[in-house]
Design a protein around this ligand. Structure first.
Ligand SMILES: Nc1ncnc2c1ncn2[C@@H]1O[C@H](COP(=O)(O)OP(=O)(O)OP(=O)(O)O)[C@@H](O)[C@H]1O
Length: 213
């Protein structure tokens, strides 16, 4: 038993088993997901982030199976999906505080934490600007920053470094490694080669299977 365990998990879309009888564990540390486009990496992240349910199989959090453990996990989950519609009329800070409220966090502390996170990834100067004015890379960093709020024990990060210049991407990578000291972090990134030496595990998703790369 680790933080998160998938046992014989299958996810089917139509007639295709995108994930086929996958048994895998995610301990504290950084787990990198690699594999070809369309292999099922985002699908796997959605399953562990409780955004979708498996067609078959069991997911458990600290040994307690879903669905009972799902609410427990959501309290300590940070999820940065690959694509999400952000509320353009809010400022980045308003959005972050909204997400913090949904997570049940104390808002003063969340506000300070958001300031520190955005400072580390070069977004702080813009947090009081409306999201409507944000570039793709700024949106990506905002989605990443909200995932880190609180003290996440599980972080599911889908390409948080996409659309970023290499220096900013490295700053995101450094922050990810910081969180991976205490959380189970599962991540897809085009920076996989850079983070490889620091990863606890590198998994390859391909043809429905998940194997150690
Ligand atoms: N909601 C859905 N309905 C039907 N098919 C889906 C759905 N979501 C994903 N798929 C299919 O599942 C497969 C895996 O998609 P997924 O996005 O998980 O791959 P990926 O490895 O993350 O790809 P990429 O690296 O390009 O982001 C693809 O064939 C995709 O078309």
């Amino acid at each position: 038993m680790t933080q998160l365990d998938l046992t014989n998990v299958t996810k089917t879309y139509g007639r295709k088993n995108v994930l086929d009888d996958v048994t895998i564990s995610f301990p504290v540390g950084l787990t990198l997901l690699t594999g070809p486009s369309g292999a099922g990496k985002s699908t796997l992240l959605r399953l562990i982030a409780t955004a979708e349910k498996p067609t078959r199989g069991k997911i458990s959090w600290y040994g307690a199976p879903f669905p009972a453990a799902r609410a427990e996990l959501r309290r300590v989950l940070g999820y940065a999906p690959q694509a999400v519609d952000l509320p353009d009329d809010l400022t980045a800070r308003e959005f972050a505080l909204h997400m913090a409220a949904l997570k049940g966090l104390e808002l003063g502390a969340a506000d300070r934490q958001f300031a520190a996170i955005t400072d580390a990834i070069g977004l702080h100067a813009d947090i009081n600007n409306r999201i409507a004015t944000f570039s793709g890379g700024m949106r990506r960093r905002l989605i990443f920053a909200q995932a880190l709020l609180g003290a996440p024990e599980l972080l599911a990060l889908d390409e948080p470094t996409a659309e970023l210049d290499s220096e900013t991407a490295h700053r995101v990578g450094a922050l990810v490694l910081d969180y991976a000291r205490t959380a189970a972090v599962v991540m897809t990134t085009h920076l996989a080669d850079d983070l490889r030496p620091s990863a606890t595990a590198i998994l390859r998703v391909d043809d429905g299977k998940v194997a150690t790369a």
